[in-house]
Design a binder for this molecule. Structure first.
Ligand code: ADP
Ligand code: ZN
Ligand code: ZN
Length: 727
C-alpha cells in the first residue's frame, strides 16, 4: 500500500450523495465502518461511487480517516447493495437513508456485530493427518470423536469438558474448522390433494424458468396458500430459499403455524417491525448466511439478503400496506419484482382482487396469469349478493329494515353475521340524494372535495375551488350532502337496536395489541360472537369461519371519491368481505345498502365479475389519464401555515415547468388529508405517460427544491412520493 486510499461512505443523513473518507488499508464495498460525521460518531456503509455524482476532487489533506471497520460480519452482500441503490434511485431518496432503512436496527449503530456460529466442528485435512499423542487423553478422545463426523459444541463438550478451548486452538492452528451447513433434509407435513385448478397452476409454476412474474388470481378460499406451500416445498427440496411477503395484518400466528406444520424441519424466519431488535437481526443474519430456508414477513422483509433465493411470493399483492407512507416511500411488491428480475427467478403475486397495476401488466403480457375460480372446500359456494336500494326507504340511524331483519334472522338461527362499515380513507364528495349528481371538477377529471368549514369545494388535483352549491345543479333538489355521512354512529345504533346480540368490534384500536388477533379468533371460532362489526380491517383475508350474512354499510362513500383509487379499493374490499360469507351447506348472503344500485361497481359485485369491472376501471383510468396508464409522483409540502406550503409549491412549479419535458404538473392543491398533526399539507401532482420522462424530471428535483426551501426556513418540509397510493 502506498499511503491512504479514499473511499465513499453512505451514512444515515437526509443529504443526497455519499461522503469521502480515507483509509490506510483497503475496505470492501458493503463493509460497515465507524466514521465521524459532524461531531458524531456514526455507522457508515462503504459503497462504490454513485455514477455521475462526480466525487469532488477534495484536497486529501482535508479528508478525515475512518475510525475503523466494524468487525464481526462480512461486507453486506452485493444483492443487498444493488437493491438499496435501485430503491434510492427510483424513489429519489438519499442512498444513505435508503440503506439504513433497509438494514435492521441492530446493524445501524457503530458497533461490532457478530453472528453466533452454531455450525458443527470438523477436522481439516491438516487436523486429520496429525493424531494427538496418546498421553493427551482428552485431546485424543475429541480427535477420535471428530473423525467419526462433525460435532457441535455441546456434543464436543460431552466428550471432554475442555472441548471449547481445544477446538478454539485447533481452529486457530488450522486443524479444525466449521462444517459447511447444509439445509436440513426436507420433511413435509400433511397436505390435501390438490384440485384440478390448483394442480394446473402448480404445473405451470413449476415449469417456470428464469425471471417471470405470475399472477395467481384466486377467489377467497380457493386454495392459493396451498399452491404457495407446494411451490415452496419444491424450493426446499432444491435447497433454495423462498421469500414470502404478506400484508402487515395477515402475518398471524395461524399463518406461521401453517408453514411450520407443513415444513417441520425447515428453518423459517419471520421479519416484521414489531419484533425485538435482537430477534429481528438474528433472523436477518440467518437469512443472509443461508441459515434460513423461508423468510415470511411484511414489506420491510423485501430487503433481507438471501444468497440462495429461488422464489418470491407476494400474498394479497393488492394490499396497501406494501407501500410505505413515510421516509423511503417504497412499494415492497414493486421492489420484489425488481429483485426477482435481477435474480432471474419467478415471482408469484396472489390475490382475490389483484391491483389494476398488476391486471394491466397481465394485459400487456409482462405477467402471466393463473386462475382459481372455485373454493377449495368441495361444497362451499359463492354468496348471493343483493343490493338494498336506500333511496326510497326510511333508514333508522343509517340502517335499512332489510339489513336489520336479516341480522335478526341470523341471530335467531344462532348464525354469525358481519357488518362492514366503509368509513375511513375516502375524502368526502357531495352528492344529490335525488338524482345522483356528484361534484366533479370543471377543469380536470377529479372529484371536488367538500371543505365544510369554509363551505367550499376544492379540487385536490388542479387546485380549482368553488362554493358548495345550495341546490343540485342538475335537478334543483336542495338535499345535497357529503357521501358516506352517517356511518359514524352505526355501530352504537346496532348495539341499541339488537341489545341481545353479542357484538365484537374489530378495528385498528381493538387489534393493535400483540395477541389481540388470537383473542378475536378464539371468540369467533368459540361461538362467542353474533355480529362482527368493523371497517377495512375485515376485508383483509382473515378466516372467520362460517358467516351466513355480510352487510355492507356506507359503501357509496367510495363510489364517487376525490381519490381516483377509491372505487378500485371499494370494489376489492366488498369482494373480500363478500368472500367471507358462505357455508358448505348453504350459500351465504351479502347485502349492500346503496343509493346507486345501478352503478357498474355494484352490478359487477352481484355478478362476481372481477375481471369485467377491472376492465371497466382500467378503461376509465386510460381515458382520465390516471395510473396505471400514466406514472405519477407527488411533491408534498407541509408547514404550520397552508399559505407557506402553497407558496413554496408555486415556486417549485415555476422552477420545474421549463424542465418538465413530457411531464404535466398540476397544483398546488391542498392534500386530501389536509391537516395532520398541526401541519397543513399541500401538493403538486407530476404525471407523464412515460416513466422515463417523469424520472428525468424527478432527478433534477432535490437540489433545486433544497435551494428553494432554504428561503422558507425550517417550518417548511417537503417530500417526494413516487407512484403514490394515496393522494
Ligand atoms: P386462499 O389462500 O386462497 O384463501 P387457502 O389455501 O387458505 O386459500 O385454502 C382455503 C381452505 O381450503 C383452507 O382451509 C385449506 O386448508 C383448504 N384447502 C386448500 N386446498 C385444498 C384442497 N385441494 N382440498 C381440500 N381443502 C383445501
Ligand atoms: Zn340532483
Ligand atoms: Zn381539477
Amino acid at each position: 500500500m502506498n499511503g491512504p486510499v479514499r473511499i465513499q461512505v453512505a451514512v444515515d443523513v437526509p443529504l443526497a450523495g455519499t461522503f469521502s473518507y480515507l483509509t490506510e488499508s483497503p475496505v470492501m464495498p458493503g463493509a460497515r465502518v465507524s466514521v465521524s460525521f459532524g461531531n458524531r460518531r456514526v455507522c457508515g456503509v462503504v459503497v462504490t461511487p454513485i455514477p455521475g455524482e462526480g466525487v469532488p476532487e477534495l484536497d486529501a489533506a482535508r479528508l478525515r480517516s475512518i475510525d475503523g471497520v466494524l468487525d464481526g460480519l462480512p461486507p453486506l452482500p452485493e444483492e443487498f447493495l444493488a437493491l438499496a441503490r435501485f430503491a434510492s434511485d427510483y424513489y429519489h431518496h438519499p442512498l444513505g437513508q435508503t440503506l439504513f432503512t433497509a438494514l435492521p436496527t441492530g446493524l445501524r449503530e457503530p458497533r461490532d456485530v457478530t453472528k453466533p456460529d452454531r455450525r458443527p466442528f470438523v477436522l481439516t485435512d491438516a487436523g486429520l493427518g496429525e493424531a494427538p499423542p496418546a498421553r493427551q487423553r482428552a485431546r485424543l478422545a475429541l480427535w477420535q470423536a471428530l473423525q467419526d463426523g462433525p460435532l457441535d459444541l455441546a456434543a464436543a463438550k460431552a466428550v471432554t469438558p475442555q472441548a471449547g478451548k481445544l477446538l478454539a486452538d485447533w481452529v486457530a492452528e488450522g486443524k479444525a474448522g466449521r462444517a459447511t451447513q447444509e439445509p436440513p433434509p426436507l420433511r413435509l407435513g400433511d397436505a390435501p390433494a390438490l384440485n384440478g385448478e390448483q394442480q394446473a397452476a402448480l404445473d405451470a409454476l413449476s415449469a417456470s424458468e428464469g425471471f417471470q412474474p405470475w399472477l395467481l388470481h384466486g377467489v377467497t378460499g380457493s386454495g392459493k396458500t396451498e399452491v404457495y406451500l407446494r411451490l415452496i416445498a419444491e424450493q426446499l427440496a432444491a435447497r433454495r430459499q423462498t421469500l414470502v411477503l404478506v400484508p402487515e395484518i395477515n402475518l398471524t400466528p395461524q399463518l406461521i403455524n401453517r408453514f411450520a406444520d407443513r415444513f417441520p424441519g425447515s428453518r423459517i424466519v419471520v421479519q416484521h417491525s414489531h419484533l425485538a431488535d435482537g430477534e429481528r437481526m438474528h433472523g436477518w443474519l440467518n437469512a443472509w448466511h443461508g441459515d434460513a430456508d423461508v423468510v415470511i414477513g411484511t414489506r420491510l422483509s423485501v430487503f433481507t439478503p438471501l444468497p440462495r433465493l429461488g422464489l418470491i411470493v407476494v400474498d394479497e399483492e393488492h394490499d396497501g400496506s406494501f407501500k410505505q407512507q413515510d421516509g423511503l416511500r417504497y412499494h415492497a411488491r414493486d421492489l420484489a419484482v425488481w429483485r426477482a428480475r435481477r435474480a432471474g427467478i419467478a415471482i408469484l403475486l396472489g390475490s382475490a382482487t389483484p391491483s389494476l397495476e398488476t391486471v394491466a401488466n397481465v394485459e400487456a403480457g409482462r405477467y402471466k396469469k393463473l386462475a382459481l375460480t372455485r373454493r377449495a372446500h368441495g361444497a362451499a359456494r359463492l354468496p348471493d349478493v343483493r343490493l338494498v336500494d336506500t333511496r326510497r326507504k326510511k333508514l333508522v340511524e343509517g340502517l335499512s329494515e332489510a339489513v336489520l331483519d336479516a341480522l335478526k334472522t341470523r341471530l335467531s338461527r344462532k348464525e354469525m353475521s358481519l357488518v362492514f362499515i366503509n368509513r375511513r380513507g375516502f375524502a368526502p364528495v357531495v352528492a344529490c340524494t335525488a338524482c345522483g349528481w356528484t361534484s366533479g371538477c370543471p377543469h380536470c377529471s377529479a372529484k371536488l372535495v367538500v371543505h365544510l368549514m369554509e363551505r367550499k369545494l376544492r379540487c385536490h388535483h388542479c387546485g380549482w375551488e368553488e362554493p358548495v352549491p345550495r341546490a343540485c345543479p342538475d335537478c334543483g333538489d336542495p338535499d345535497i350532502k357529503p357521501l358516506g355521512e352517517g356511518t359514524q354512529r352505526l355501530e352504537s345504533a346496532l348495539q341499541r337496536m339488537l341489545p341481545e346480540a353479542r357484538v365484537l368490534r374489530i378495528d385498528r384500536d381493538t387489534t393493535s395489541r400483540k395477541d389481540a388477533w388470537d383473542e378475536v379468533y378464539r371468540k369467533v371460532h368459540g361461538g362467542e360472537v353474533d355480529i362482527l362489526v368493523g371497517t377495512q380491517m375485515l376485508a383483509k383475508g382473515h378466516d372467520f369461519g362460517t358467516l351466513s350474512l355480510v352487510a355492507a354499510l356506507g359503501a357509496d362513500g367510495g363510489l364517487y371519491s376525490a381519490d381516483f383509487r377509491a372505487s378500485e379499493r371499494l370494489f376489492a374490499q366488498l369482494m373480500q368481505v363478500a368472500g367471507r360469507a358462505g357455508r358448505a351447506d348453504a350459500p351465504g348472503e351479502v347485502l349492500v345498502q346503496t343509493q346507486w344500485p345501478d352503478h357498474p361497481l355494484y352490478q359487477a359485485l352481484v355478478a362476481h365479475d372481477f375481471d369485467g369491472y377491472a376492465a371497466t376501471l382500467l378503461n376509465e383510468r386510460r381515458q382520465a389519464g390516471f395510473p396505471p396508464s400514466t406514472f405519477q409522483a407527488l411533491l408534498r409540502a407541509d408547514s404550520p401555515a397552508l399559505a407557506q406550503a402553497t407558496a413554496f409549491l408555486r415556486q417549485a412549479r415555476e422552477a420545474l415547468e421549463p424542465l418538465a419535458e413530457g411531464v404535466l404538473i398540476s397544483g398546488p392543491a391542498p392534500a386530501l388529508m389536509a391537516r395532520l398533526a398541526q401541519r397543513e399539507r399541500a401538493q403538486l401532482v407530476l404525471e407523464s405517460p412515460q416513466r422515463g420522462a417523469l424520472h428525468r424530471l424527478l432527478h433534477q428535483l432535490p437540489p433545486l427544491l433544497d435551494g428553494l426551501a432554504k428561503a422558507h426556513g425550517r417550518a417548511l418540509r417537503w417530500s417526494l412520493d413516487v407512484d403514490p397510493q394515496e393522494l
